[in-house]
Design a protein around this ligand. Structure first.
Ligand code: FCA
Length: 341
């Protein structure tokens, strides 16, 4: 597939263009509050890391779908399995008919589905696909998420092109690949980046994996710090990871060792968790991000679930969303267009 460095769109299966969150409607606002809320369908939206802007933007999109289509949205930050089970029970008590979930652990899939079935609730997964005990995906549960491999490849290709554009000596350059391989969507993204870098001609021996123990900035900071200790001779770094926070932690670790925007090129994924970084008056090693529309993902999963509950029409089993490359130059305009700013 040909990828353009400035505007990268990747899609698998049922591809969706990023179009914001659908048509505006004021029907919800007009309906009589008491009668309408008595009849309103209740749906849950459970996310694993409620502190991450990514998930807050997903909620925002889902709220928009609820307002437009007249259902009630119940949001839960479910950071572990116990909280997920508690939220499902809670939803059942209030009469909810289903929920969208980004699970804190993909291996909880079978347990979550058993509980949902017991409570007669429909489930749509977002971002992180459930897996079975044998490691295979639970492909019978509707899923919507990014085209992880292609977006990862776009990161790798763009990193290589930017290094070449700057005339970097690749002999003195290393790749810091912040990995979290226990999560499939994360592994697909970082493997995509690695593959594209190697295909472009980056020496495989200088692509270093730095596994993060937790998927937050401290987790990637620690992973990068230990890599920098092991590879003290590298003069310039390219950084890739599963999301913006993975790259941000590595950028911070490198700054602590004297690296800066002249010696580091980092490209994240999400585009929602790097807004403050791209707004900094002085450029940092965080060069850009592959933006995926979190509001769209939240809107669309909630909408699909609502249609399923209301009309009995099941969502497609797999829907993939594309990425758009953003940098300090274009992020304000693109994020505004996507309803994020
Ligand atoms: C995973 C990551 C999030 C986001 C999402 C699309 O759940 O943890 O940061 O990238 O996929």
């Amino acid at each position: 597939m040909k990828l353009h460095p400035a505007f990268l769109l990747a899609a698998v299966g049922c591809a969706l263009a990023i179009t914001g969150c659908g048509p505006k409607s004021d029907t919800a606002a007009k309906s009589a509050p008491t009668a309408a809320s008595a009849e309103k369908i209740k749906l849950g939206f459970l996310v694993k890391q409620p502190e991450e802007p990514w998930f807050q933007f997903e909620w925002k999109g889902a709220e928009k779908a609820a307002a437009e289509h007249g259902f009630e949205l119940l949001k839960y930050g479910t950071t572990d399995g116990e909280k997920v089970m508690g939220a499902i029970d809670n939803l059942a008590v209030v009469g909810a008919k289903g929920f969208v979930i980004c699970t804190p652990d993909v291996r909880l899939g079978p347990q979550i589905m058993a509980r949902a079935k017991q409570k007669n609730m429909k489930v749509v997964t977002v971002d992180d696909m459930f897996v079975l005990p044998d490691g295979k995906f639970m492909t019978d549960v509707p899923y919507l998420g990014m085209s992880a491999s292609q977006i990862g490849e776009s990161v790798g290709k763009t990193l290589f092109e930017e290094a070449k554009k700057r005339g970097w000596n690749l002999e003195e350059t290393g790749v810091c690949l912040i990995t979290f391989e226990e999560l499939d969507t994360a592994r697909e993204r970082t493997e995509g980046a690695r593959r594209a870098l190697e295909a472009a001609g980056f020496p495989a021996a200088r692509i270093f994996k730095a596994p993060q123990k937790t998927t937050d900035i401290p987790g990637s900071f620690d992973a990068a710090t230990s890599l920098l200790t092991r590879q003290g001779g590298i003069k310039r770094w390219l950084i890739a990871g599963m999301n913006d926070n993975a790259v941000l932690g590595a950028v911070r670790a490198m700054e602590g060792r004297g690296f800066n925007s002249e010696t580091v090129i980092g490209i994240g994924i999400n585009g929602t968790d790097c807004i403050d970084e791209l707004r900094k008056p002085k450029p940092t090693g965080f060069f850009g991000s592959m933006l995926v529309s979190a509001p769209f993902e939240g809107y669309e999963t909630a909408r699909l679930l609502h249609v399923w509950v209301k009309e009995g029409k099941a969502p497609p089993l797999e829907t993939r969303t594309p990425g758009i490359f953003i940098t300090r130059e274009n992020f304000e305009a693109v994020l505004k267009r996507e309803g994020i700013l």
